[in-house]
Design a protein around this ligand. Structure first.
Ligand SMILES: Nc1ncnc2c1ncn2[C@@H]1O[C@H](COP(=O)(O)OP(=O)(O)OP(=O)(O)O)[C@@H](O)[C@H]1O
Ligand SMILES: [Mg+2]
Length: 387
C-alpha cells in the first residue's frame, strides 16, 4: 500500500496504482454530494455512471489524522454494495485534465465506505436491540460553552434511541431559561405542560397514559418534556422539583436524555443537580484548540474528580469536512484526553441544522455521513446499557 503526493494525481508520468487523496474527495464534496437513497443503498445512477474505482485504490482520510489510510472498499462491505463498473469506465490511471472523473471516483469510494459504515452501525444497533437494555438510563447532554450543539445532538439521539434502538425515549429540557428543545418539536405537538406540572401532579401519574398529556411527540415517537415558559415558574424549578419530576418520568422510559444548560455545575445549580442524578454524561464540544485543550480538559477532570463513578463520553460537534491543521490537532488532542473510543464526531451539516430549526428532523433524510455520525454515537452510548 502506498500513497502518492497529491501534486502527482493528474500526472500521467506518475506510476503505480491509482491513489485518491482526501483533497480529491473534498473537491468532489464541494462540487456536488451524491445523496443516497433513504435506505442508504446506492444505485448505479447515484454514481453518475462513472468508474467506481479499482479495488486496490486507497483513500487518504485527513479528517482522521494526516496520512491515515482508509480502505476504499472495506472487506466487510456486503456484496450488494458492489456497483458493477459501467461499460465505458475510464482507465484506472487518470490522465491529466481528467479531474472530474477522479473526483467522481473519490466520491464513489467515500460513499461506499460510509454506506458500509452505516450498515455496520445499523447491525450494531440491531444487536443491541436484541440484547435489550439491562436498566433504564438517564443521560446528561452537557457542555461548558453555549451554542455548541447540545440540543441538536440530544434531539438527534432521541430519534436514534427511539428508532434504531427501539427504546422508549424522553428528552427533558433542563436548559430552563428558554432552552430551544421545545422548538424542535412540530407545531401541532406543542404543549404548555412542563417539568413543573409533572412534579405538581406526580401523585396522579400512575401509568404512561397519565403522563402523556404533559409530553410532546417528535415524529419519531420519542417524546419531550419541556421547561416552563414563565419566569416565575422557571424560578420555581428547584433541585427538589427536578428529583420529583425525574423519578416520575423514568418509570416509563428506558432512555431519558437531559438537555442541560452550559456549565460544569460548579456555579450552576441545575447542572450540579444533573451530574449527581444521571447515570452517564455526554459532553459536547467543538474541535478547536481552545475548547478542547482548555474547556474539555477541565470539565472532564472536574467530573472525574467530583463524580468518579459517572461514565463519560465526548461528542466533538460541527467537525468540518475539510479540517484545518488546527482542527486536526484539536481532534487528536481530544482523543488523548479521554479514551479515543469514547470520543465521537459529528460533522458540520447544514441539512441537520435546518431540519432541527424547522422542527422537522428525519435522520433518514440526512446525508449518509451525518446518519453514520448519529448512529455511531447512539450505538457507542448504548453499548454500555445493554445486556
Ligand atoms: N453538526 C452540526 N452541523 C451544523 N450545524 C449545527 C450542528 N450542530 C449544531 N448546529 C447548529 O448550531 C447552533 C447551536 O446548536 P444548539 O442549539 O444545538 O446548541 P446548544 O449547545 O444547545 O446551544 P445552547 O447552549 O444555546 O442551548 C444551531 O443553529 C444548530 O443548528
Ligand atoms: Mg440548547
Amino acid at each position: 500500500m502506498s500513497t502518492k503526493d497529491p501534486e502527482n494525481l493528474d500526472d500521467p508520468a506518475a506510476s503505480g496504482e491509482a491513489v485518491i487523496t482526501a483533497d480529491s474527495i473534498y473537491a468532489a464534496e464541494d462540487e456536488e454530494w451524491v445523496e443516497l437513497t433513504p435506505l442508504g443503498v446506492p444505485s448505479a445512477g447515484d454514481y453518475g455512471g462513472t468508474d467506481t474505482g479499482s479495488p486496490d485504490a486507497q483513500v487518504r482520510d485527513d479528517a482522521n489524522g494526516p496520512g491515515r489510510l482508509l480502505s476504499a472498499r472495506p472487506q466487510s462491505a456486503p456484496a450488494a454494495l458492489a456497483v458493477p463498473p459501467p461499460q465505458d469506465s475510464p482507465p484506472t490511471r487518470t490522465p491529466s485534465g481528467n479531474r472530474p472523473a477522479l473526483r467522481h471516483r473519490a466520491r464513489a469510494l467515500l460513499t461506499d465506505k460510509l454506506v458500509a459504515e452505516e450498515r455496520d452501525c445499523d447491525a450494531q444497533l440491531a444487536r443491541l436491540r436484541v440484547r435489550g437494555m439491562s436498566r433504564s438510563v438517564v443521560l446528561a447532554v452537557s457542555s461548558i460553552k453555549g451554542g455548541i450543539g447540545k440540543t441538536t445532538i440530544a434531539r438527534s439521539l432521541a430519534d436514534a434511541f427511539q428508532g434504531g434502538l427501539r427504546q422508549n425515549t424522553l428528552l427533558v429540557d433542563l436548559d430552563l431559561e428558554w432552552g430551544t428543545a421545545v422548538a424542535t418539536a412540530p407545531a401541532e405537538a406543542q404543549r404548555e405542560s412542563s417539568i413543573l406540572d409533572v412534579y405538581r401532579r406526580r401523585d396522579e401519574i400512575h401509568d404512561v397514559g397519565d403522563l402523556l398529556p404533559h409530553l410532546m411527540s417528535f415524529g419519531s415517537g420519542a417524546l419531550l418534556l419541556r421547561a416552563p415558559r414563565e419566569p416565575r415558574e422557571i424560578d420555581a424549578v428547584t433541585p427538589e422539583v427536578l428529583d420529583g419530576a425525574l423519578a416520575t418520568v423514568r418509570r416509563f422510559f428506558q432512555v431519558v436524555l437531559l438537555d442541560l444548560p452550559p456549565g460544569a455545575g460548579i456555579k450552576h445549580e441545575t447542572c450540579r443537580w444533573a451530574y449527581a442524578a444521571v447515570d452517564e454524561a455526554l459532553v459536547v464540544t467543538t474541535p478547536t484548540m481552545a475548547t478542547v485543550d482548555y474547556q474539555l480538559r477541565h470539565i472532564l477532570q472536574f467530573l472525574r474528580e467530583s463524580y468518579p463513578a459517572l461514565p463519560l463520553q465526548v461528542a466533538l460537534n460541527v467537525v468540518p469536512n475539510r479540517p484545518s491543521r488546527n482542527v486536526r490537532e484539536a481532534l487528536a488532542m481530544a482523543d488523548g484526553i479521554l479514551d479515543s473510543r469514547r470520543v465521537l464526531r459529528v460533522h458540520r451539516d447544514d441539512a441537520l441544522a435546518s431540519q432541527i430549526d424547522q422542527a422537522a428532523l428525519d435522520i433518514n433524510q440526512l446525508g449518509v455521513r451525518t446518519r453514520v455520525d448519529i448512529k455511531r454515537l447512539a450505538a457507542s452510548l448504548a453499548e454500555g446499557w445493554c445486556r
